[in-house]
Design a protein. Structure first.
Length: 260
């Protein structure tokens, strides 16, 4: 049987034997996306109904769902014995589960690459850690299961996006430790503009500007986020960000030291 690969970090793309599949009607795509919110995990019928219809499930929604699951089995596992579950979408206790090897789901590949970084970093193999993070971040083509919205998808998407940004913070931290402040500055600047309230990202930006000889610009960036946080949220920046700004304003030379 040809391998089936699932790309969920962006618009849903499924390939069997390297060939991209036509995923069928919008309803069929939403139900497949519902299964792929938790690959290798059981998904109750209630969640699939919510994925398919959100708040307007028809009376025959469960029957339609079972019919579409059969169609998905035919699409993903065309060589299964007719009338059986096959191996890719299984049913147990009224819950469906899409089964996939970890290296066949881009989300799992992302998670496994990042899981290996702390140990590599602890051994001070910074280049290898940086390369793994870059490979992981390159898997993201857009928001998780882009185009599929609603109360089932949105919380998972928000959680994973926060995780992706944490990884981005880690990447910049490692690159700064490697002394690559000039190299990361353009990409870092673009991401600060994209996520203006993210304080960890802004702190890295301040330090990067300072290390590239732009102390005045670094302080302007601090004033911008300080004023924005007060205007939008009625609060001051974190103590860590305030302390970094204080040290930059005082021309703290220890912040300029290169690694090693």
């Amino acid at each position: 049987m040809s391998e089936v690969r699932y790309d969920v970090l962006g618009p849903l793309v499924v390939r069997r034997g390297g060939v991209e599949l036509d995923l069928g009607s919008p309803l069929q795509q939403r139900l497949l996306a519902g299964l792929l919110l938790h690959p290798n995990g059981p998904v109750p019928m209630t969640d699939l109904l919510e994925a398919g219809w959100q708040y307007a499930t028809p009376d025959d929604g469960p029957e339609l769902t079972r019919e579409i699951i059969t169609a998905l089995r035919d699409l993903l596992d065309p060589h299964r014995v007719p009338g059986t579950d096959g191996t890719l979408i299984q049913l147990s206790d009224g819950r469906y589960m899409l089964c996939a090897a970890r290296d066949n789901v881009d989300l799992f590949v992302f998670e496994d690459l990042i899981a290996s970084v702390p140990e590599i970093r602890a051994r001070d193999h910074l280049l290898e850690a940086s390369n793994r993070i870059r490979r992981a971040l390159a898997l993201w083509r857009g928001p998780l299961l882009e185009g599929h919205n609603g109360p089932l998808f949105d919380p998972v998407r928000a959680r994973l996006e926060e995780g992706r940004l944490d990884v981005l913070d880690l990447y910049y931290e490692i690159e700064l430790k490697r002394g690559f402040h000039h190299a990361i500055l353009p990409d870092l600047s673009a991401n600060v503009a994209r996520y203006p309230l993210r304080e960890n990202l802004r702190a890295t930006f301040l330090l990067t500007l300072y290390r590239t000889g732009r102390q005045f610009d670094a302080m302007q960036q601090y004033v911008e986020i300080r004023d924005r946080l007060w205007r939008l949220n009625g609060r001051q920046p974190s103590y860590e960000l305030q302390e970094l700004a204080r040290r930059i304003a005082a021309w703290d030379q220890s912040l300029l030291r290169e690694p090693g």
